[in-house]
Design a protein around this ligand. Structure first.
Ligand SMILES: NC(=O)c1ccc[n+]([C@@H]2O[C@H](COP(=O)([O-])OP(=O)(O)OC[C@H]3O[C@@H](n4cnc5c(N)ncnc54)[C@H](OP(=O)(O)O)[C@@H]3O)[C@@H](O)[C@H]2O)c1
Length: 232
């Protein structure tokens, strides 16, 4: 079974690398650090990127579009999402509800949630900020969307250059739609990261909690990257 999965992944990656019919239109909502890191990497995989911005005419957004290249563009979040197969939510965690409500009908689209809800406690450490998870909140707001939680457990610098960490970096992925997760697995593997499907969306709270531990470890001077070693 493991080998069938690897074969499937390798076919997907090869096809993606040569820019075949597997190319998708991906809306990245938000134009900050994560969008700057991920946009050009997804273009390199053959995908068409459109950024969703509250102000798509801003100079920094134009620069982001230029550096992303290969037919990238920027427009309003709603217009970006309307034409996309995949919508990446890369906005501040507490803006998610407002932003997702403004994206229109997301039914059938893959929605990748990268956000990290957290509040800072009196001891300076990150703490839970929502009762369930942001990914499940998004699913509640857009019941027809195929929500996947991914790419929230590391810094954008690691996304850009995982090899600089000195070893493989795991990316926990959860979601209820298996085909959507397989697509996200391929995207993440194409970034030289190691995707690991950890089950249904109800585990998103744990994946979001992984960020709390990761961020707190950095705060305490004990920074690490996740490497979930596959069981034999
Ligand atoms: N930074 C990392 O290394 C990292 C890694 C993994 C996950 N994440 C998560 O990914 C998300 C994005 O992180 P980021 O570092 O890219 O954030 P960021 O640099 O602050 O950028 C967030 C973007 O969201 C858009 N936005 C929409 N509504 C907003 C609002 N109400 N207030 C402020 N910005 C708003 C803005 O784009 P426009 O102004 O163009 O609308 C802004 O550029 C966060 O939830 C973060 O927790 C971050």
């Amino acid at each position: 079974m493991k080998y069938v999965y690897q074969l499937f992944l390798s076919v997907l990656l090869t096809a993606t690398a040569v820019g075949t019919a597997l190319a998708d239109t991906i809306a990245i909502i938000g134009t900050g650090a994560v969008a700057n890191a991920i946009g050009p990497m997804l273009t390199a995989q053959g995908h068409e990127i459109v950024f969703g911005s509250r102000n798509p005419d801003r100079d920094d957004v134009r620069e982001l579009v230029a550096k992303t290249g290969a037919g990238a563009g920027a427009t309003t979040p709603a217009e970006a999402a309307a034409d996309a197969d995949i919508v990446m939510v890369a906005v501040p965690w507490d803006a998610v509800e407002t932003v997702v409500r403004g994206l229109g009908n997301l039914s059938g689209k893959i929605v990748i949630d990268l956000t990290n809800p957290r509040i800072i406690g009196d001891d300076g450490l990150r703490n839970w900020a929502v009762d369930s998870s942001n990914a499940e909140i998004i699913q509640g707001l857009a019941p027809g969307a195929r929500v996947v939680k991914a790419l929230n457990t590391m810094n954008w610098r690691t996304m850009v250059d995982p090899e600089a960490t000195g070893g493989p970096v795991s990316v926990p992925i959860v979601g209820d739609d298996e085909a959507a997760k397989a697509k996200v697995v391929a995207l993440v593997a194409g970034m030289n990261l190691e995707p690991i499907d950890l089950g249904p969306l109800r585990y998103a709270r744990i994946v979001e909690g992984m960020y709390l531990l990761w961020g707190n470890a950095n705060t305490l001077g004990r920074g690490f990257n996740y490497y979930l070693r596959p069981a034999p």
